[in-house]
Ligand binder design. Structure first.
Ligand code: OGA
Ligand code: MN
Length: 213
């Protein structure tokens, strides 16, 4: 009976349906209006404030048993976001993320049980070499999620493109994605190798993972 009521409650969401079908067919989805301009503005302010307070740590490669900082692989600095102590901007962020997770779990049987997100700031001249997000012995990562918080006047010449390496009929192709503010990219963590090209000016984002058991 309760299942019937749940079914009756269900309202199809065209945006989420597009994300699901794009991930199913091409392993990634790009959404330019996932967050409103206001949400991007407050999230950017939150990132910059926390960076000023020096709460960011140099991103480390590997799990806690192999914490080595390898500048030649990645140069960003990150700060994990804790939902339990989230500020207003972060609460807006998690509200949308949790909505998406609920929808995925209702419609796709993905079984997303966990999530983890961090702010990332790439200083001028930094990059993140080609990699797979499951390399940290974390095969529970199912979907990678990136939201760019760059300034409104971000230009392609600033660099910092996300490049996804796709496999089309046995042929490798590159999908180049500019980190325009508010843009969200979601992709299959276990399948798509990707990299962040060198940035000419600081590049701001929130990156995270939706994880299974
Ligand atoms: C990562 C990553 C992509 C991006 O943090 O693992 O690949 O565009 N980020 O910031
Ligand atoms: Mn990655």
């Amino acid at each position: 009976m309760s299942q019937l009521y749940e079914a009756l409650d269900f309202v199809e969401n065209p945006l989420y349906e597009r994300i699901i079908s794009e991930i199913a067919t091409q392993k990634f989805s790009i959404i330019d209006d996932f967050f409103t301009d206001e949400e991007v503005t407050v999230l950017r302010a939150s990132l910059l404030q926390k960076h000023e307070e020096d709460a960011f740590k140099k991103a480390a490669i590997g799990n806690k048993f192999e914490k080595v900082i390898v500048k030649i692989i990645r140069g960003d600095v990150i700060l994990w976001i804790d939902e339990a102590t989230a500020n207003n901007a972060e609460l807006l962020f998690f509200k949308k993320i949790n909505n998406l997770i609920d929808y995925l779990n209702k419609t796709c049987f993905l079984g997303i049980l966990y999530k983890e997100f961090h702010y990332a700031l790439y200083p001028k001249g930094t990059f993140y070499k080609r990699h797979l997000d499951t390399f940290k012995n974390d095969d529970r990562r199912k979907l990678s999620f990136v939201c760019y918080l760059n300034n409104e006047d971000w230009q392609p010449e600033n660099g910092g493109e996300l490049v996804l390496y796709l496999n089309k009929d046995g042929q490798e192709t590159e999908q180049v994605i500019y980190p325009f503010p508010g843009r969200v990219v979601i992709f299959e963590s276990q399948i798509l190798e990707h990299e962040v090209k060198p940035v000419q000016t600081k590049r701001l984002s929130i990156t995270g993972w939706l994880k299974t058991r």
